[in-house]
Design a protein. Structure first.
Length: 301
């Protein structure tokens, strides 16, 4: 890897650390939104660097759909123990049981959109004024409209036309009672940057990102993992494939790709040749052209 590229990663790292420290300076009760995916792992790692040798000074918040990969939950619990930080869990199942949201029905049912209510309830009940996320501008067109400090109104909703300018990296976190912000420290990173940095820093990741044998079914142009949470159609056949996942989410909507990339070096090489965004295998994003933006306007990550 060239000296230039190492310096480029250092620049991205420095920018992210600056944003994380600005969050701590401007807000009273921030949290890191932690999904167990590579981007939230990266943000957590950068927060560890930003405040070293002290511990990360704010909690991690995980919205648990109840339909997670078990590997993701195990990774989350191991990391929390290693870091010695507080974990706040918002449960979608509890939101369903309380009648706050209604479970979707049908073959392509997902709990993904139900996370919105659970997240906003967790933000309100814990008096969170800034939720730090791992969103990146290259992921999806709605993500590209976010600022580093992205304002949410007192209903938790996002208006992309009513965001504050950030000239010269001046970040304005002032807000009224009941409002909050989302902060995106790795907004300028690409998927390739993330993997090169993970490789350089030797950051631990869930085994789901590495190619492995798994039972899957072909659905919505992706290999969906077989689990107790999906109902197979008569014409669907369970197959065993060597796959890996480019993005992690609700197990019912996260599609894998056939791959031989079982090391970080192979992942970097594979991503370099990819033409489709990593969210191309998320069936929740295929529901409409504006699926992501519609969810974000309502308070999604």
């Amino acid at each position: 890897m060239s000296k230039y590229y190492l310096n480029y990663l250092d620049e991205l790292e420095s920018e992210a650390i600056y944003i994380l420290r600005e969050v701590w300076a401007q807000f009273q009760n921030p949290v890191i939104l932690f999904s167990g995916g590579k981007d939230s792992i990266l943000v957590t790692y950068l927060a560890k660097k930003a405040f070293y040798p002290s511990k990360i000074p704010f909690p991690l918040l995980h919205v648990d759909t109840g339909h997670n990969f078990h590997e993701t939950i195990q990774f989350r619990d191991d990391l929390i123990k290693e870091l010695g930080v507080q974990l706040i869990v918002g449960s979608v199942q509890e939101s369903i049981d309380a009648g706050r949201v209604a479970e979707e029905k049908g073959k392509n049912a997902t709990r993904n959109a139900l996370q919105i209510t659970t997240l906003l309830d967790a933000i309100e009940s814990n008096k969170i004024d800034c939720a730090i996320g791992g969103g990146r501008r290259d992921e999806e067109k709605a993500r590209a409209k976010e600022r580093f400090f992205s304002h949410r109104d007192d209903f938790g909703q996002w208006d992309p036309k009513n965001q504050r300018p950030e000239l010269w990296n001046l970040l304005n976190g002032k807000h009224f009672q009941g409002e909050h912000f989302r902060a995106f420290p790795i907004s300028n990173w690409t998927e390739m940057d993330v993997w090169n940095y993970i490789k350089r820093e030797n950051i631990k990741i869930p085994s789901l990102y590495l190619a492995h044998q798994r039972e899957v079914v072909w659905r919505n142009d992706s290999w969906i993992p077989v689990s107790k949470h999906i109902k197979l159609e008569d014409n669907e056949k369970i197959e065993t494939k060597k796959i890996r996942f480019r993005t992690l989410g609700d197990i019912t909507i996260t599609g894998g790709i056939e791959s031989e990339a079982d090391t970080l070096e192979k992942i970097v090489a594979e991503v370099a040749a990819m033409k489709q965004t990593e969210r191309g295998n998320r069936s929740d994003d295929k529901r409409s052209e504006t699926a992501m933006e519609d969810r974000k306007r309502q308070g999604y990550f």
